[in-house]
Design a protein around this ligand. Structure first.
Ligand SMILES: [Zn+2]
Length: 287
């Protein structure tokens, strides 16, 4: 048989094998999806959700939708507890806040790139070398959460406190805002928004970010910027993650103090929950 024909037959054979594997994979995925869709939402799961301020404010239709998303989330991601058992409560609460962010965004994406959620009992302590005018210091940081490399890390001690008591901060919302930011391939404070809204988004968000950065550098005359806190001045990505927390945790305060910023966030998340205003101040922690 001529060499060319053998080569063509090999290429066709490989293409058929590839097609077959792809077909089998898709078939398995569809089967799994159908199985998840047929599951009913456990009453104990609902009891955990009822303790959050956000679940109570959802309509019946939204509750139904988010419960389906939660089931999909917990059955398609791996939860790893570090020196602890990843309980149903942890899985449900983490999945709830992750899915709440996507509830009104038109996407079938359920954090598709995210594979693993690692849960620690308490904040992780890390050390970093910092330079101030040539003087190097070793600093300790407490990390409540992190989002990187298809993995989200959550400190359950903080996450639970923030999930059940409104206090401006919510580490789960924060880390999943980073995941949303990364959905377009870059972590830059710009989530996958419509092209027509891009200029307005960058103008409003980065204008406020620049103002906040200046205030944080001087560390005085904070005024309304106290609501955002100095950690939001770290970079554009942290700014987006922090304002997302404020949008879901204290929307009235965000709307009153930063109406344009609120409108941009609202145009993206389309959420109109108004949980009771929190009373405590935003602590400075690394996330
Ligand atoms: Zn962060």
């Amino acid at each position: 048989m001529p060499y060319n024909i053998v080569l063509i037959l090999i290429i066709i054979g490989l293409a058929l094998v590839g097609f077959g594997i792809n077909f089998l994979f898709k078939h398995q995925e569809e089967k799994k999806l159908k199985m998840i869709q047929s599951l009913s939402f456990d009453e104990t799961y609902r009891a955990y959700l009822s303790k959050t301020a956000h679940y109570k404010n959802l309509s019946e239709e939204e509750k139904k939708k988010i419960e389906q998303s939660i089931l999909l989330f917990i059955h398609t991601k791996e939860f790893i507890g570090v020196n602890l058992e990843a309980t149903d409560e942890m899985k449900i609460i983490i999945a709830f806040y992750a899915c709440l962010l996507l509830l009104h965004i038109k996407t079938s994406n359920c954090y598709d790139n995210l594979k693993t959620i690692v849960i620690y009992s308490h904040p992780i302590v890390t050390k970093a070398i910092k330079s101030f005018g040539g003087i190097y210091t070793k600093e300790k940081f407490f990390i409540e959460g992190q989002s990187a490399n298809n993995t989200v890390i959550i400190s359950w001690h903080e996450a639970k406190k923030e999930a059940y008591h409104l206090r401006h901060n919510n580490v789960i919302i924060h880390e999943f805002a980073h995941e949303i930011d990364f959905m377009d391939g870059e972590i830059d404070g710009i989530p996958p928004i419509e092209k027509s809204k891009y200029n307005e988004w960058t103008h409003v968000l980065f204008q406020e970010f620049t103002k906040l950065k200046k205030i944080a550098l001087k560390n005085r005359y904070w005024g309304k910027y106290k609501l955002l806190g100095s950690y939001a001045a770290t970079n554009e990505a942290e700014f987006f993650a922090v304002v997302t927390e404020r949008y879901f945790e204290s929307p009235q305060s965000l709307k009153k103090n930063f109406p344009e910023l609120y409108d941009e966030l609202d145009g993206f998340y389309h959420s109109d929950y108004y949980p009771t205003s929190p009373t405590s101040k935003a602590p400075i922690v690394k996330r």
